[in-house]
Design a protein around this ligand. Structure first.
Ligand code: IMP
Ligand code: MG
Length: 473
């Protein structure tokens, strides 16, 4: 079928009117999706938002697509029509057999044949996609593609407007709450949130995840649990999916009988989908989690003063394991002596050594800095046992100027170890004075003061399970 310019002009006119109607982002995008589908004579359409890490796409508005299709699972932007990430239009002629389609079995069952996708670009970034779907095979003309691109341009503006308004709300909220002690005063930098939550508790949980930089997707997948003839009679859509942990989470803050009901669904889901990791969080679990991280009233660990999380617990643990693997491989068949300087290194040392798969001996030193600028270093606690002829791995929490490490390495070298190498969790180079070689580095960090995971500011914050940037006063 051919669609005339006039027809598309009318479509764009409608889109412009909807964009300026003062609706929420979701409702605006639903309407835009409908206008696109109708104008292009397609079965359905959806507007997708790309997250900041550019790895997942989330639906912000749709038309003509089943819930099962919309919630077929986390949509990985790199696997699903990857050319759109590079700014190009993608056309899929036969979805069930196309390698670029991430869930072909769902496309098949939902009779989706042709897919056309256009990038939503906010220069220089890709921020989302518009996808239109057809149940009939379709070829697309230049005019069709131009129309889709124009609609996508309007979506870019809609996203930007919604982001600004969310930012305003966040600032207002954080100003109002600043008086309460446990809440971090500065909100983490987040971009557009695609989601209007069904419950306040979900929004709270999402902001907790944001603060800890734990990636989340809201209701990305519906699991059919029972069928009635051809139709699905029971479906379960967990609230959140956490890609880093590969875990689905269902929050339940309601009455006990509802918890029992949800428990039954969760049990059924586990039976039918044994590979899926799903957790039910009750109000109590959730409160415990909030308070553990300093959000709740009985939170004892000090988080106040931390501006934002730089590395989450998961990110740290993953990196520590990979460092331990490399070290174990490099020293295969040997024994090492791991030496740390107290106290900042305790968390890192403890986690690192547990993942090292060769024999290990551990020793600690303590030093004090004094003199005008702390430039004089003195050893206040020396090693327990000699290291002559040993393979020594000096373990550090952070190397900044490198002066401490330089001094300690010279001291260790004078005891004639067989080899002497350095493993530092963090490496901050901008103020480096001493030319020290780091053999293993966890993360290179920006020029900011960090706390947590053993690192302190005036002896506080060491017990936080993550590494955060301290706010500057
Ligand atoms: P350097 O001698 O300047 O390399 O300083 C290294 C030591 O200073 C580390 O072992 C830490 O104990 C401390 N330090 C440096 N930067 C930070 C930071 O950002 N947070 C907490 N401690 C730090
Ligand atoms: Mg230290």
């Amino acid at each position: 079928m051919t669609t005339s310019r006039g027809h598309y002009y009318a479509g764009l006119q409608q889109i412009a009117a909807v964009a300026n109607a003062g609706l929420t982002l979701r409702r605006t995008c639903n309407a835009v999706a409908k206008i696109i589908a109708v104008s292009m004579d397609m079965t359905g359409c959806r507007v997708l938002l790309l997250n900041t890490k550019k790895d997942y796409l989330t639906t912000v508005g749709s038309f003509g697509l089943s819930d099962l299709y919309l919630r077929k699972g986390p949509l990985d932007a790199r696997k699903s029509l990857p050319e759109v990430l590079e700014g190009r239009i993608a056309v899929v002629q036969h979805a069930p057999t196309d390698a670029r389609v991430q869930h072909p079995e769902v496309a098949e069952s939902q009779h989706v044949v042709t897919i056309v996708a256009a990038p939503i670009v906010r220069k220089p970034d890709m921020v989302g996609e518009v996808r239109a779907y057809s149940r009939q095979p379709r070829t697309l003309s230049e005019l069709d593609e131009d129309f889709l691109r124009s609609a996508a341009n309007v979506c870019a503006v809609l996203f930007e407007r919604a982001e600004l308004s969310q930012f305003r709300d966040r600032v207002k909220k954080s100003c109002a709450k600043r008086a309460t002690a446990a809440l971090p005063a500065q909100m983490p930098p987040t971009s557009l949130k695609p989601t209007e939550f069904a419950h306040e508790s979900e929004a709270e949980f999402a902001s907790l995840l944001d603060f800890y930089q734990i990636e989340w997707l809201y209701e990305p997948r519906s699991f059919p649990l029972a069928w009635n003839g051809d139709g699905i009679s029971l479906m379960f859509t967990p609230d959140f999916y956490l890609p880093e942990l590969d875990m689905y989470i269902e929050l339940t803050t309601m009455k006990q009988d509802l918890i029992t009901q949800k428990n039954r669904k969760v049990r059924k889901l586990r039976e039918m989908y044994p590979d899926i990791n799903v957790r039910l969080l009750t109000r109590k679990d959730f409160a415990r989690l909030l308070s553990k991280y300093g959000y709740g009233p009985q939170g004892d660990a000090k988080v106040e003063g931390v501006g934002r999380v730089l590395y989450s617990q998961t990110q740290i643990q993953r990196r520590v394991r990979s460092l331990a693997r490399r070290i174990s491989r490099d020293y295969a068949g040997q024994r090492i002596v791991m030496i740390g300087v107290l106290k900042g290194v305790v968390c890192f040392m403890s986690d690192l050594m547990q993942h090292i798969s060769i024999p290990v001996r551990v020793d600690y030193m303590d030093i004090s800095h004094y003199g005008g600028d702390g430039e004089i270093v003195k050893i206040t606690r020396d090693l327990d046992a000699p290291i002559v002829g040993e393979h020594v791995l000096m373990v550090e929490d952070i190397v900044d100027t490198g002066m401490t490490l330089n001094y300690v390495l010279a001291h260790l070298a004078s005891h004639k170890p067989a080899t002497l190498r350095v493993c530092s969790l963090l490496d901050r180079t901008p103020r480096r004075l001493a030319n020290v070689k780091l053999d293993y580095v966890g993360f290179e960090i920006p020029d900011e003061f960090v706390v947590g995971y053993g690192l302190d500011y005036k002896d506080e914050y060491r017990n936080l399970p993550f590494i955060g940037i301290l706010k500057q006063d």
